[in-house]
Design a protein around this ligand. Sequence first.
Ligand SMILES: [Zn+2]
Ligand SMILES: [Zn+2]
Length: 342
Amino acid sequence: MKAAVLHGPLDMRIEDVTPPALGDDDVLVDVKAVGICGSDVHYYREGRIGEFVVEKPLILGHETGGIVSAVGKNVKTVRVGDRVAVEPGIPCRACEWCKTGRYNLCPDVRFHATPPVDGTLCEQIVMPADFVTPVPDHVSFEEAAMFEPLSVAIHACRRGGVGPGKSVLVAGAGPIGLVSLMVALAFGATRVFVTDLHPHRRRLALELGAEAAFPGDGDVAAAVMEHTQGRGVDVAIECAGAEAALSSCLMSCARGGQVVVVGLSAQDFYKVPLNHLAQKELDIKGIFRYVYTYPAALDLVASGRVDVAKIITHRFPFDQVETGFEYAETGKDGAVKVIINL
Ligand SMILES: [Zn+2]
Ligand SMILES: [Zn+2]
């Protein structure tokens, strides 16, 4: 089968590789759509993210929609021909965190496109049957691929306690910020404010239902306070991966607010306004990927309550995968989410 194999920074080649072997509890998925994520772009450009280093050739991609073309003999829940969304992290199922229901924290998780585990920018992948979610015909392969970033937003909104009547600040309107906005609204948040450096992303946020969108390099907290009669928001979700954005989140929260840190940064340490944290008794929560979010992603997309297709701006065929990476990296031509179609 053909695969887009990363050999080193900026060196991706489409090559013939051995297709994966199907086990008794597995399904074989013909890959149809793969979203390019910020992490894929980092591996492509720098060959590493923190401690994860590409040391041998690696297939990128972890946001995947496809169609089941074979099933192992024990598989009862999925059939050949099912169109599926693929959940990319396969945990050990045996450790403390797996057994307590927080399998995203499994130290032995095998996550697509995280070295040394291959991803899905290839013609076929093998998955345990319980890590694919069948989708109805009206959900496209591209939308199925978007269940993955949507999952991050669902997990962030759950950890932050987003619900009916809550007000939310989303700092950063890249793909994850924009899906967080959509999920917060779907979870019943009544007022969602968004920040970003780029005017076209702020415009998109307004189109998607944000009450207001502020320049990320301005005085975000002052703008939020002005819109909330000096109260602040119940929940702030940091999706920019920037020190200033986390500070804005802390300063924009109401007393007793929740701060959820989604964005990753190259910086190991931030300076934050500790007085806001203490005096308003804020909770700061990290999130690591997501846990058991695909059923909710399916319901939100299939019901039309979250229209993930609205942030897909560019599509490229498999043989133009590197062009797709270029658009995803630079945001060229207003690119937000870039999809590779196979
Ligand atoms: Zn991703
Ligand atoms: Zn485990």
